[in-house]
Design a protein around this ligand. Structure first.
Ligand SMILES: Cc1cc2nc3c(=O)[nH]c(=O)nc-3n(C[C@H](O)[C@H](O)[C@H](O)COP(=O)(O)OP(=O)(O)OC[C@H]3O[C@@H](n4cnc5c(N)ncnc54)[C@H](O)[C@@H]3O)c2cc1C
Length: 321
């Protein structure tokens, strides 16, 4: 029998959020026959979102349209998802592990009396079984999880999956699901959204130039910033640098920092600790390190053994033409 997945379609800045698109790519890649349903919950549903989800492989979209769903609130979102789950009886319910996905999916799992696989970085299908894979113990060991029960629930680690840049799906079928909300569903009220003052979004950066302890000090981050700018990219850092305030915490990449999936990642003066590397899924990784035995070279597509303080100025000059 064909497997059925229900994905919570998250919208960010008026677009289908990219980790959500990454999950779609992963599901189709690993199980081409899977039937993918999408849940789109909002006060207004835009046709562009529906089309985008269809292009990336969603066959059927179930919408719940209500003013109560204008912004994410746990209870009305859970109620809507439960209604959709009841209608379509999926084998898998999955969402990107954003703050919303991580709030919603475990609540749905609890409602079904089962546990939830959280922050997975891979999913495999084996003779009708779904196996979730996630890194544990400071990312040094991979854990494979099977969940008991007819419906499996999972969230993914952000940045874990690439988005298909040439999706070829078609317009999905759309079904409107009617859900009514009463006062008890709205005990938590949305008042206002305040944008954070700093908006460093490394997740979407196509190029990241990152520095580690080898940078040697706050002022030396200047050249990292200049090269990132020349490449139209962002800067990143290891915890070794953010801990000592060479650079703001918001630039930290890794287990406790942001997960990133750029096309190009240049790491200078970074040893390649698993806690840092686990946050990176780069198409091309270039490492610059004085120690030829540094673990980062095991991850690198191109490695330069040498002093970053000599190499980065040469690179900058080249980029400036
Ligand atoms: C629970 C937990 C969570 C963590 N989460 C994170 C996380 O999210 N992100 C993260 O980054 N870390 C995290 N860490 C810390 C992590 O374990 C490492 O300590 C950290 O990533 C090391 O940073 P680094 O590579 O900059 O420093 P180091 O490991 O000290 O490496 C510095 C490197 O620079 C090289 N070097 C020195 N001088 C030069 C030079 N002039 N030119 C070129 N190379 C040079 C050295 O050879 C060395 O390889 C976590 C740790 C724990 C325990």
């Amino acid at each position: 029998m064909k497997m059925k997945a229900l994905i919570f379609l998250q919208i960010r800045e008026d677009l289908v959020e990219e980790n959500t698109l990454g999950i779609l790519n992963k599901l189709i890649e690993t199980n081409p026959s899977i039937e993918i349903h999408g849940a789109l919950l909002r006060d207004q549903i835009k046709s562009e979102w529906v089309e985008e989800a269809g292009k990336h492989g969603v066959k059927k979209i179930h919408t719940v349209k209500a003013s109560e769903l204008e912004v994410y609130l746990s209870i009305p979102y859970v109620k809507s998802m439960l209604e959709i789950i009841k209608d379509i009886e999926p084998n898998l319910v999955i969402a990107a592990g954003t703050v919303y996905g991580e709030d919603l999916i475990p609540r749905l799992a609890v409602q079904h009396g089962v546990s939830c696989a959280e922050r997975i970085t891979d999913i495999t299908f084996d003779s009708g079984e779904i196996i979730f894979h996630s890194p544990v113990r400071d990312d040094q060991v991979m854990k494979a999880t099977k969940i008991v029960g007819p419906i499996k629930f999972a969230t993914t680690r952000t940045g874990a999956f690439f988005v298909n840049e040439n999706p070829s799906g078609s317009s999905p079928e759309v079904t409107e699901v009617s859900v009514t909300f009463d006062e008890d569903d709205m005990v938590v009220k949305h008042i206002e959204i305040k944008k954070a003052e700093r908006t460093v979004n490394l997740k979407d950066a196509k190029v990241i130039v990152a520095g580690g302890r080898g940078v040697g000090g706050k002022e030396n981050f200047q050249i990292i910033k200049e090269i990132a700018k020349l490449l139209d990219g962002e800067i990143g850092a290891t915890r070794a640098c953010t801990d000592v305030h060479w650079i703001e915490e918001t630039y930290e990449i890794g287990q406790t920092g942001q997960s990133v999936s750029p096309d190009l990642y240049i790491g200078a003066g970074i040893s390649g600790a698993p806690q840092h590397m686990s946050g990176i899924k780069a198409k091309t990784l270039i490492a610059i390190n004085t120690d030829e035995g540094a673990p980062i070279f095991n991850y690198a597509d191109y490695g330069i053994v040498g002093d970053m303080h000599l190499i980065l100025p040469i690179l900058k000059k080249k980029l400036e033409g």
